[in-house]
Write a protein that binds this ligand. Structure first.
Ligand SMILES: Cc1cc2nc3c(=O)[nH]c(=O)nc-3n(C[C@H](O)[C@H](O)[C@H](O)COP(=O)(O)OP(=O)(O)OC[C@H]3O[C@@H](n4cnc5c(N)ncnc54)[C@H](O)[C@@H]3O)c2cc1C
Length: 378
C-alpha cells in the first residue's frame, strides 16, 4: 500500500493542472486509466480560449487564466503554449439580438472587441455568405488565443513530477473504498492510501463518486463533433479567426495546421464513453459550413468526437463534497475546461488547503460559492 497525501483520479487537464499546484505542497499521485494523458476530452477539444461562452463565472475564470497562457511559468514548456488569434462571432438578421447580448456580456471581460460589418468581415474571412438572408454583422475580439493542449498537459505532468509527485498512466480499472480516515484506491497494479481523494475523472466523475459511496453531482456528458477538411487550393486560411455563430445553434470553424476544423456545435446527451463521431453530425457540420460560407467541404479528412461534461448550472466545480470527508470534486469543466484550467487549479488549491480566496479570481468577480459543490445540492 502506497501512502500519499492526495490521490487525483483523472489525467485530463482538470486533474493535471490542479495536481501541479498540489504537488508543491503535498505528496500527490495522479492516476489515469488510459495509456495517454488527455486521451478523452482534453485531447479532443478545439483548444481555443475566448469570451463568447459560459456565464460570468466562466468568463471570469477565462480572464483569470489568460496570464498563464500568455506567459507560462519559467520552464513550463519549450515552445508557445498559446498564440494570439482573433475570435469572430457572426449573426444573420434573425439572431442579431443574440450577438448584441453576447457583446454586452463580453464587454465586461475584454476591451478588445468591436462590431464588424459585412465588408470588414469579408476582409477577414472572404468566404462568408453576406447579403440577403446571410450574415449581417459580426463581433471581432482581437484578443482571442489558440492553445496547445498537448504542451499544456505535458507541461503540467512535468511540473507534478518535478515537485516529487507521480503521474501513473495505464492504470486500468480501479476501486475506491474508505478505511478509517483514509481513501483507498486500488488499481490493477498498486493500492494507494490518502487522506484526500480528488475526483477529476471528467465524464466519469459521478461514477467514481457513486462507487465511493458519495452523492453524485448530476453531471451530464454531451457529445460534440469536429471535422477537418482542406481549404480551396491557393487560399491561405492560416490567419483566419476562430469564427462562431452567435448563440447556441450554428457552427464554428477555425484554421489548424493548414486545414479548417469545423463543428456543428452538437450537444447530444450521452453516457460516459469513448465518444465517436456519428455520420449525421459529420454531415451537419459540413452542411452548416456550406450554408454560412461559399466553401465546399468535399472530402472530410479527419473527424472526431469528445464529451463536454456539465453540471446543472454549467459552472465547473471544485471543492470538498458536503457528504464525504476528504472527497474533493474537480468536475463539470463543460466546453471550457482548457481555457479555465489555470483559474480552476488556483481555486482547487485554495479550497483544498483552506487558503484565502485567490486575488486573481476575486479580481474578475469569481467567488468560491460559484464553484463549490454545495450549490448543486440545494
Ligand atoms: C469537441 C470539443 C471541443 C472543445 N473545445 C474546447 C475549447 O475550444 N476550449 C476549451 O477550453 N475547452 C474545450 N472543450 C472542453 C474541454 O475539452 C473539456 O472541458 C476538458 O478537456 C475537460 O477536462 P477534464 O480533465 O475534466 O476531462 P478529461 O480530459 O476527459 O479527463 C478525465 C480523465 O479521467 C480519466 N478517468 C476516468 N475514469 C477513470 C478511472 N476510473 N480511473 C482513472 N482515470 C479515469 C479519463 O480517462 C480521462 O483521461 C471542448 C471539448 C470537446 C469535446
Amino acid at each position: 500500500m502506497r501512502q500519499v497525501d492526495i490521490i487525483v483520479i483523472g489525467g485530463g487537464i482538470a486533474g493535471l493542472s490542479a495536481a501541479m499546484r498540489f504537488a508543491r505542497r503535498a505528496k500527490t499521485v495522479v492516476i489515469e486509466r488510459e495509456g495517454a494523458l488527455g486521451y478523452h476530452s482534453s485531447g479532443r477539444s478545439a483548444t481555443f480560449s475566448h469570451f463568447g461562452i459560459g456565464d460570468a463565472a466562466v468568463r471570469g475564470m477565462t480572464a483569470a487564466s489568460r496570464p498563464f497562457f500568455e506567459t507560462p511559468p519559467e520552464g513550463f514548456v519549450e515552445g508557445a503554449l498559446s498564440i494570439a488569434r482573433p475570435a469572430m462571432f457572426i449573426a444573420t438578421q434573425e439572431i442579431i439580438g443574440e450577438l448584441r447580448a453576447l457583446e454586452t456580456e463580453m464587454t465586461r471581460f475584454t476591451d478588445t472587441i468591436h462590431r464588424v460589418g459585412p465588408q470588414e468581415m469579408l476582409g477577414i474571412v472572404p468566404v462568408l455568405r453576406t447579403g440577403e438572408g446571410g450574415i449581417v454583422e459580426g463581433l471581432l475580439d482581437t484578443g482571442g488565443r489558440k492553445l496547445d493542449s498537448d504542451l499544456l498537459l505535458q507541461g503540467c505532468a512535468k511540473q507534478v513530477r518535478a515537485a516529487g509527485g507521480e503521474v501513473v498512466t495505464d492504470a486500468g480499472s480501479l476501486s475506491v473504498t474508505r478505511s478509517g480516515e483514509r481513501w483507498i484506491v486500488e488499481t490493477q497494479g498498486t493500492a494507494y492510501s490518502a487522506a484526500i481523494l480528488v475526483d477529476a475523472a471528467g465524464a466519469w466523475a459521478d461514477e467514481i463518486a457513486i462507487g465511493a459511496g458519495v452523492r453524485p453531482l448530476g453531471l451530464q456528458p454531451l457529445r460534440r463533433t469536429i471535422i477537418g477538411f482542406d481549404p480551396p487550393a491557393g487560399l491561405d486560411v492560416s490567419e483566419w479567426p476562430f469564427t462562431k455563430t452567435a448563440g447556441d445553434e450554428g457552427f464554428y470553424m477555425l484554421p489548424d495546421a493548414g486545414r479548417l476544423l469545423a463543428s456543428p456545435m452538437d450537444v447530444t446527451p450521452t453516457e460516459p464513453t469513448d465518444a465517436q463521431p456519428e455520420d449525421y453530425d459529420v454531415a451537419v457540420a459540413a452542411w452548416r459550413v456550406e450554408e454560412a460560407t461559399t466553401l465546399e467541404v468535399g472530402r472530410v479528412k479527419t473527424k472526431w468526437a469528445g464529451l463536454r461534461t456539465f453540471t446543472a448550472d454549467k459552472v465547473p466545480t471544485a471543492g470538498f463534497a458536503p457528504d464525504a470527508p476528504g472527497f474533493f470534486w474537480l468536475a463539470g469543466q463543460g466546453g471550457y475546461g482548457l481555457q479555465t484550467a489555470p483559474a480552476m487549479a488556483l481555486a482547487a488549491e485554495a479550497l483544498l488547503f483552506g487558503d484565502a480566496w485567490p486575488e486573481e479570481l476575486a479580481a474578475y468577480g469569481v467567488r468560491p460559492e460559484q464553484v463549490m459543490p454545495d450549490r448543486l445540492f440545494g
